[in-house]
Ligand binder design. Structure first.
Ligand code: FES
Ligand SMILES: [Fe+2]
Length: 272
């Protein structure tokens, strides 16, 4: 059980409805690794100090626009009560605490929650005007953070749902149409009996790779591919060699082997 701090100044809060389950929200709270990649305007980098069922402690750096300072941040989780508290232990904003209560709206396991994010400062600002400015800044920052998290959590839920109910009717081969008419600047999703893939034009040729990341099902369709043919997932920046699917630091399983692509009578085919 984590209590609201009584020795700090309560500045104000930010509340919001989010169309996701409590499971997705709690998973997101524990997920320190996504912070610099999904929330680049709030975090420039992150390094884990310790983690467990209790939460996590990390060293972070702020982006230049936010002053570029360093922080040690701790997040403590009260999982049964869907409550978590973030404390800046050291560095910029030392002593600030942010407590969040997530609450189910509607029936059990429905995908609708509310979050109440409460901001606590070590000391009250000197004037009401200063209070209003700091609160406005934090509310705007948390709106952005939750916009970004809502997109991540919703996409992850969709990917989980699709994985649970793979289309039995999915074909083994798909004709993508006349090659000359295909978009070269955006990827095309393809569902095959062997999984979800994308076809895209890269360095002058058509390639296929997995549509979702083996780590937490992040979207790989438009993910950056570097000059060595390594694709980086936008959620936690795990990096996979397209040649053999291996994650470059061994942090998760491999990308599945993509199906063959071939050109027949001017049409591009993917599959068996
Ligand atoms: S979902 Fe985590 S790196 Fe892709
Ligand atoms: Fe997040």
């Amino acid at each position: 059980m984590i209590n609201e701090p009584t020795d700090l100044h309560f500045l104000g809060n930010y509340t919001r409805d989010i169309p996701v389950s409590l499971n997705r929200m709690m998973e997101n709270a524990y997920d320190w690794e996504h912070l610099p990649f999904v929330h680049p305007s709030s975090f420039a980098s992150i390094e884990l100090i310790d983690e467990g069922g209790w939460g996590w402690r990390c060293k972070t750096t702020l982006p230049p626009a936010a002053g570029g300072g360093e922080q040690v941040v701790e997040l403590l989780v009260d999982r049964p009560n869907h409550y978590w508290a973030t404390t800046v232990l050291e560095g910029t904003g030392e002593g600030v605490q942010i407590h969040t209560q997530a609450t189910q709206k509607g029936a059990d396991d429905s995908r609708a929650i509310e979050v109440d994010v409460r901001f606590y400062l070590p000391q009250a600002p000197e004037t009401d005007e200063q209070s209003a400015i700091i609160l406005g800044y934090l509310q705007a920052q948390y709106k952005t953070l939750y916009d970004e998290d809502e997109a991540l959590m919703s996409a992850r839920q969709d990917a989980l749902d699709l994985r649970k109910a793979p289309s039995k009717a999915a074909p083994q081969t798909v004709d993508l149409g006349p090659e000359a008419e295909l978009h070269r600047d955006k990827s095309q999703p393809v569902e095959l009996s062997t999984g979800r893939f994308v076809v895209r034009h890269h360095k002058g040729e058509w390639i296929a790779h997995a549509a979702v990341c083996p780590h937490m099902l992040g979207p790989l369709g438009d993910a950056d591919i570097d000059e060595y043919g390594v694709i980086a997932c936008p959620w936690h920046a795990y990096r996979f060699a397209l040649s053999d699917g291996v994650e470059q630091e061994g942090r998760c399983g491999n990308l599945p082997t993509p199906p063959a692509i071939r050109l027949v009578d001017g049409h591009l085919f993917i599959g068996e």
